[in-house]
Design a protein around this ligand. Structure first.
Ligand code: PRP
Ligand code: URA
Length: 212
């Protein structure tokens, strides 16, 4: 794990990078793409969760007493539809008790603005909430900023963003607005093209995950 600046972590583990390479390949078919994307999601979520808050607890084993820990955060997963569902599937397996708030956003391909079509959040959240915004692609950052805003508007202070690939433009936009957000990604790519796609990226994540 390489920390490029205080709040961006790039997972450089060979298993992560090998999975990323397979899903970047335009010839990787849908079934393999989804399978590899799910594995990659598990590693990235696992890494992003290394900062979970804990408290010490005691535990009785069959042969004695041991010291252990319990997790203390009020954990929330916020997958950005559609592509974020793959990260949510992985995160749910790791943290079955986490609450899940789906965030429906689609990017207008002409203006590149994020358009909200679904958000059902409570009126308030506990002060110890820790939110994981899950979206494989951080491109212009419009979708990420819109998703994060839903939770900062509810006074949530601890927010993580997990992506497969991040463009420098998206990281900058998120951190200009929300410097406290921790980003975990498998790669910081080169740039965005004229259509707002990440270069080299992996193409349209939603289409490749769902075979559409
Ligand atoms: C993609 C991707 C992100 C967004 C990133 O979603 O999954 O949510 O674009 O772009 P941005 O950083 O420029 O906002 P898309 O709108 O294509 O929806 P989909 O997942 O339903 O295909
Ligand atoms: N959304 C994607 O799915 N891919 C990109 O490269 C940019 C936005």
């Amino acid at each position: 794990m390489v920390q490029t600046e205080t709040s961006v972590k790039v997972a450089r583990h060979p298993l992560v990078q090998q999975l990323l390479t397979r899903i970047r390949d335009y010839q990787t078919p849908t079934g393999e793409f989804r399978q590899k994307a799910l594995q990659l999601s598990k590693f990235l979520v696992y890494e992003a969760m290394s900062e979970l808050s804990t408290r010490e607890v005691g535990v009785a084993t069959p042969v004695g007493a041991a010291k252990g820990i319990a997790l203390t955060d009020y954990l929330i997963l916020a997958p950005v539809l559609r592509a974020g569902l793959i990260l949510a599937e992985a995160a749910q397996e790791l943290m079955p008790s986490a609450r899940i708030y789906h965030v429906g956003l689609r990017r207008d391909e002409a203006t590149l603005q994020a358009i909200s079509y679904y958000a059902k959040l409570p009126d308030s959240l506990p002060p110890d909430s820790r939110v994981y915004v899950l979206d494989p692609m951080l491109a212009t950052g419009g979708s990420a900023v819109a998703a994060i805003s839903l939770f900062t508007n509810l006074n949530v202070e601890t927010i993580h963003l997990v992506s497969f690939v991040a463009a420098p433009e998206g990281i900058k936009r998120v951190h200009e607005k929300f410097p406290q957000v921790r980003i975990t990604t498998a790669s910081i790519d080169d740039h965005l093209n004229e259509h707002g796609y990440i270069v080299p990226g992996l193409g349209d994540a939603g289409d490749r995950i769902f075979g559409t």
